[in-house]
Write a protein that binds this ligand. Structure first.
Ligand SMILES: [Cu+2]
Ligand SMILES: [Zn+2]
Length: 172
């Protein structure tokens, strides 16, 4: 009887908590905004509850240049200039900076470096984002910018137009 109640409790818990792999993942597929050809993927792979490995592969960038990219607050990609995604994701109310600076927006991911063919590959590890909850990034957007993030200008890093955007979805 007691075991039956425990099983019932487990079953009902299972129905409210989404079935996630032990190692949850998220992915954003990057699409070009107007007048852009930027495409690619940004993958998020939690190696522990507080540590996520991010792998970025993007094409269509200006060759040999750097491009700021961030998680922005809203997964609203209705505006064709990307502006509907709002500002940088910043639940901890910090100042804008680079991902390696002690204080930075949770969504600050630094710069992508495009090679001579306009491709960029980047891997970085961040500790400030989760899938769900206050730090949750699911349903928000990754935005890639035309210019380099200077890690100083508030609150944007002065990285210019939004040339690529993708909504962060639950990964397989
Ligand atoms: Cu941005
Ligand atoms: Zn920022």
């Amino acid at each position: 009887m007691r075991r039956g109640i425990a099983t019932l409790a487990l079953l009902s818990l299972g129905s409210v908590i989404p079935a996630l792999a032990a190692d949850p993942q998220a992915v954003a597929v990057i699409h070009p905004t107007k007048n852009s050809k930027v495409e690619g993927t940004v993958k998020f792979d939690w190696v522990s509850a507080s540590e996520v490995k991010i792998v970025v592969d993007v094409t269509g960038l200006k060759p040999n240049s750097q491009h700021g990219f961030h998680i922005h607050e809203f997964g609203d990609v209705t505006a064709n200039d990307g502006m509907s995604a709002g500002g940088h994701f910043n639940p901890k109310k910090k100042k804008h900076a680079g991902p390696k600076d002690h204080d930075h927006h949770s969504g600050d991911m630094g710069n992508l470096k495009a090679d001579a063919s306009g491709k960029a590959h980047l891997e970085l590890t961040m500790k400030d984002v989760a899938l769900f909850g206050q730090d949750g990034i699911l349903g928000r957007a990754v935005v890639i910018h035309a210019d380099q993030d200077d890690f100083k200008t508030q609150p944007t890093g002065n990285s210019g137009d939004r040339i690529g955007i993708g909504v962060i979805g639950l990964g397989k």
